[in-house]
Design a protein around this ligand. Structure first.
Ligand code: GTP
Ligand code: MG
Length: 249
């Protein structure tokens, strides 16, 4: 199913880290190096959409150095939602499934130094920890006024129209338990940024516990944002479809 997957598939890691990438050549090497240096038993999985800037080639070079670095290259840009879902499927299909799966952006908006803290908040009573910009102690830095309004508006809609509880429903810096992912994987259909609310929605529907922990989100310094009108439209259409059809559709 995942023919284009390379790297050591026999690793026995506690944490699987998914890095979705589209044109992150300016960020990816430093980010992987920094995650590798963390005191955590982890594997890293880059899901790249054939980035024309050579992101995947940089990862291939790093695979010679890091045995726990996996790479899955898809033939074209296919959306953040399907990238994350493919990442979940890959980790769940390994012989040694990691106990936890972390997702984070590859543009340095999420600080890898906060990753161990995120994982440490997981417990028997929690299945999803959201690195939150909007709970007490969370922050964003470097965003334009428009970007802040988009993010706040997206959260306001998810909370008020879908009844989701977290203060930050759209953050991509998260830690999931593998048992929760096994339970919801066949229900995930999001193509783009709506994946972030679809997973929370699934947790609420199926009675899994979601918590937040504060993070500092810093606007990307290198490379371009991939958030476009199409992504915003997809996000809104997920919300309205869920309202119309109910949570279980
Ligand atoms: N594989 C894959 N990765 C994607 C796709 N779209 C976005 N990404 C990655 O997902 C992460 C988040 O995308 P960003 O462009 O940073 O989106 P954002 O953080 O909402 O927007 P900014 O705040 O403007 O950076 C980054 O690591 C991107 O490279 C996609 O279609 N395919
Ligand atoms: Mg970003």
């Amino acid at each position: 199913m995942f023919n284009q997957l390379t790297g050591n598939l026999e690793a026995n890691s506690k944490v699987g880290v998914i890095l979705p990438t589209y044109c992150e050549a300016q960020n990816i090497e430093k980010l992987i190096t920094e995650i590798e240096s963390l005191p955590l038993n982890k594997s890293i999985l880059v899901i790249d959409d054939y980035s024309p800037d050579g992101t995947a080639q940089i990862v291939e070079k790093l695979q010679k150095k890091y045995r726990n670095l996996l790479l899955f290259v898809r033939p074209q840009k296919s959306g953040l939602g399907t990238a994350i879902t493919d990442g979940f499927k890959i980790f769940l299909s390994l012989r040694n499934v990691p106990e936890y799966v972390v997702t984070m952006d590859a543009d340095y908006s999420h600080n890898p130094k906060e990753l161990p803290q995120l994982v440490s908040k997981m417990s028997n009573t929690c299945d999803l920890i959201i690195g939150s910009r909007y709970c007490k102690g969370g922050k964003t830095a470097g965003w334009s006024y428009t970007r802040k309004v988009i993010s706040r508006g997206a959260n306001m809609l998810a909370r008020s129209l879908l009844g989701l509880q977290p203060h930050d429903c759209t953050s991509g810096f998260r830690c999931y338990s593998a048992s929760f992912l096994k339970n919801i994987i066949s229900y995930l259909h999001s193509h783009t940024y709506d994946i972030q609310i679809e997973t929370i929605n699934q947790a609420h529907t199926k009675g899994f516990k979601v918590k937040e922990t504060p993070i500092l989100f810093v606007n990307r310094k290198r490379g371009k944002s991939k958030l476009s009108l199409v992504e915003i439209q997809n996000y809104l259409s997920y919300i309205f479809k869920t309202m119309a059809l109910g949570r279980n559709h």
